[in-house]
Ligand binder design. Structure first.
Ligand SMILES: C[S@@+](CC[C@H](N)C(=O)[O-])C[C@H]1O[C@@H](n2cnc3c(N)ncnc32)[C@H](O)[C@@H]1O
Length: 309
C-alpha cells in the first residue's frame, strides 16, 4: 500500500489490475467515498517540462508518491508525463455537450481507482471547495472494489475495449465486458440505443412530446438493466422538458423530482440545486407551455407498464 488507508477505503493489489481501491464499509448511494484536493494541476496544454515544474513545488514525499503511480504509456512519453496522463482526472466538467475541463489534476488516492464499464463511483469536481468528490453511484457493500468509468460507457463492448486498450493499455474484463451470447447482444443493443437517445437529448431534439417521454422511460429502463445510473438525470431532463412544454406540470414535477434525486446522488447537492425550483414550480422552466396542452406521464406512471415499456 502506498497511500494511507482511511477507515472507509483500502488501497491494495487487485489481481490483473495493479493497485485498486476496496470499500471497507457499506456506502449508501450518493454518499461521498472520498474527497481529495489535487497534488497539482495542469492545463490541457501541458508537457513533461510543465509536469516536472509542478512536481518541483511538491515535498520529496509527495514526489515519491507521484513516481509510484502507474504509467500505461511505456516509452511513448517521458516518465513524469506518462504518469500524469495515465492518472489525470478532470478538475471541471468534461461532459458530452463538448465541454472539456481546462484543468486536470493528480489525486494520489483517487488515481488508484480502476475502471469498470459498470462503475459504482462517480467523480465530480467541486469548484467551490477545490476538491474532487467521489460518490457512490449505488449502494456498495464492504469488500467491493470501487471503480470509475474511464471512457465512453454508452458503446458496444468491442468499441469500449478498443478505447480502453488504446488509452489505458488494458483489456477490460468487467462484468459487462465478460457477458457472452444473448446477454452480450442485449447489453450491446441497450448501450447503443442509449448512445443514440443520449445524443438526441444533447441536441435537444425531442420530437413529439409523447414519444420524447416514452424514450426517456425506455432509457431509464435500459440504464437500470445496464446499471448505469450516472446518466439518469440527463434522461429525466428530457422527460421533464416534454411534460413542461405541454403544460403537464404534475408529470413534469415527478420528472424533476427524479432528476433531483439522481443528480444529487451522482454529482452532489450543489449540482442538484438546479432542479429544486422545478420540483416546486415546473412552470418556471423557460420552455414551459411552449407547445399545445397535453397530458403525458411521469417516470413511475403505471401507463408505461400498460404500454409495455
Ligand atoms: C489510473 S490507474 C488506476 C490504478 C492502477 N491500477 C494502479 O496500480 O495505480 C489506470 C491503470 O490501471 C489499470 N486498470 C484500470 N482499470 C483496469 C481494469 N478494469 N482492468 C485491468 N487494469 C485496469 C490499467 O493499467 C490502467 O492503465
Amino acid at each position: 500500500m502506498t497511500f494511507p488507508s482511511t477507515d472507509d477505503l483500502y488501497i491494495t493489489d487487485v489481481p490483473g489490475k495493479g493497485k485498486g481501491i476496496i470499500a471497507l464499509r457499506y456506502f449508501q448511494r450518493g454518499e461521498t467515498v472520498l474527497a481529495e484536493v489535487p497534488l497539482f494541476t495542469q492545463s490541457i496544454v501541458r508537457g513533461n517540462a510543465s509536469v516536472l515544474g509542478a512536481l518541483a513545488q511538491c515535498t520529496p514525499e509527495q514526489q515519491q508518491e507521484f513516481f509510484r503511480l502507474h504509467s500505461c504509456h511505456g516509452d511513448r512519453y517521458a516518465q513524469a508525463l506518462g504518469i500524469f496522463e495515465t492518472n489525470v482526472l478532470p478538475c471541471g466538467s468534461n461532459d458530452a455537450h463538448g465541454h472539456v475541463a481546462q484543468q486536470g489534476g493528480i489525486f494520489l488516492a483517487g488515481a488508484r481507482f480502476n475502471h469498470s464499464c459498470v462503475p459504482n463511483v462517480n467523480n465530480h469536481w467541486d469548484a467551490a471547495r477545490g476538491q474532487l468528490v467521489f460518490r457512490a453511484l449505488r449502494d456498495i457493500e464492504a469488500g467491493e472494489e470501487l471503480c470509475l468509468g474511464y471512457g465512453r460507457l454508452l458503446a458496444k463492448r468491442g468499441e469500449r475495449r478498443a478505447e480502453l486498450s488504446a488509452k489505458f493499455g488494458f483489456d477490460c474484463a468487467c462484468e459487462a465486458c465478460s457477458l457472452e451470447g444473448k446477454a452480450l447482444v442485449a447489453s450491446d443493443a441497450r448501450r447503443e440505443c442509449l448512445a443514440m437517445m443520449y445524443s438526441a437529448h444533447l441536441r435537444g431534439s425531442y420530437g413529439d412530446p409523447f414519444e420524447g417521454v416514452g424514450e426517456a422511460v425506455l432509457a431509464l429502463r435500459f440504464l437500470r438493466e445496464e446499471r448505469l445510473p450516472v446518466y439518469e438525470s440527463s434522461f429525466c431532463y428530457s422527460g421533464f422538458h416534454c411534460c413542461a412544454a405541454v403544460s403537464d406540470f404534475t408529470s413534469a414535477m415527478s420528472w424533476a423530482h427524479r432528476a433531483f434525486e439522481a443528480s444529487r446522488a451522482a454529482f452532489g447537492d450543489d449540482h442538484a440545486c438546479y432542479w429544486k425550483d422545478f420540483v416546486a414550480n415546473p412552470s418556471s422552466y423557460s420552455d414551459a407551455s411552449s407547445l399545445g396542452k397535453r397530458t403525458l406521464a411521469g417516470p413511475d406512471s403505471s401507463l408505461w407498464n400498460v404500454l409495455g415499456f
